[in-house]
Design a protein around this ligand. Structure first.
Ligand code: NAP
Length: 223
């Protein structure tokens, strides 16, 4: 039976590219994001292997329901990619917008944590894999970056979760790209990392033999 990968932020950029790559490699994919139209279009492109589950991952009940529905539909979850995330339009701390921080921290920090909380009972059954999108901005210090600080949380959580999951044979990987050419930015970035490059990294991590736990994949643009 095909293995199943659940992806948050599957409607565009890195998440959509990972859904396409995983499906091409024979995985079933559960697609989570708010944009029903985009998820349905992606499901139409991939076919029966895909399940579209529109939801807001900052809503704990909606998120848990979507994760449980995916596990029921496919008969379990082998891997979960917590990838939904956002930045802010007002940079810096002194000049930042606390309201924007609230929404970003809810998505980049709390929703990653609740995605893990709701999916671990399923992953425990399969000795499964949790992958999360960090960033170069979560490994380096960038002037005034509150976004970067949310990714430092992700970096820390991923290592701690890897230690928790290894007790039952589970694995956790943080993937930390530099700039990726996605709708995260208003302008195209053709010379930067392509979303398919990040998808390749995710597939590499979740396709390793049981003896290898890939803890981090760091990808930089080659321009
Ligand atoms: N692009 C880069 O340079 C870069 C570099 C390093 C790390 N990252 C990280 O990569 C991840 C993916 O970003 P991307 O570059 O692929 O950007 P993107 O194309 O803007 O994708 C963001 C995804 O998150 C989803 N999302 C946002 N809010 C959501 C919510 N409340 N509930 C459910 N889904 C939500 C969006 O879908 P809906 O709007 O349909 O909900 C979309 O599918 C993020 O964590 C980002 O921080 C990006």
């Amino acid at each position: 039976m095909a293995k199943t990968l659940l992806i948050t932020g599957a409607s565009s950029g890195i998440g959509a590219a990972t859904a396409r790559a995983a499906a091409a490699a024979g995985w079933s994919v559960a697609l989570l994001a708010r944009s029903k139209d985009k998820l349905d279009a992606l499901k139409g492109e991939i076919g029966e292997q895909a399940l579209s589950l529109p939801c807001d991952v900052t809503d704990r009940d909606e998120l848990k329901q979507a994760i449980d529905t995916a596990a029921d539909h496919f008969g379990g979850l082998d891997a979960v990619f917590a990838n939904a995330g956002t930045g802010v339009s007002s940079p810096g701390v002194e000049n930042g917008d606390p309201q924007e921080w609230h929404a970003m921290i809810h998505l980049n920090v709390l929703a990653v944590l609740t995605t893990a909380h709701a999916s671990l009972p399923h992953l425990r059954k399969t000795k499964g894999h949790f992958v999360v999108t960090g960033s170069k901005a979560g490994r380096d210090h960038l002037k005034g970056s509150v976004y970067g600080a949310t990714k430092w949380f992700v970096q820390g959580l991923a290592g701690n979760l890897a230690e928790e999951m290894r007790e039952w044979g589970g694995r956790c990987t943080v993937i930390t790209p530099g700039m990726v050419d996605t709708p995260f930015f208003d302008e195209p970035k053709p010379d930067k990392i392509q979303p398919e490059d990040v998808a390749n990294g995710v597939l590499f991590a979740i396709s390793q033999p049981d003896t290898a736990a890939v803890r981090e994949i760091h990808i930089m643009p080659n321009d």
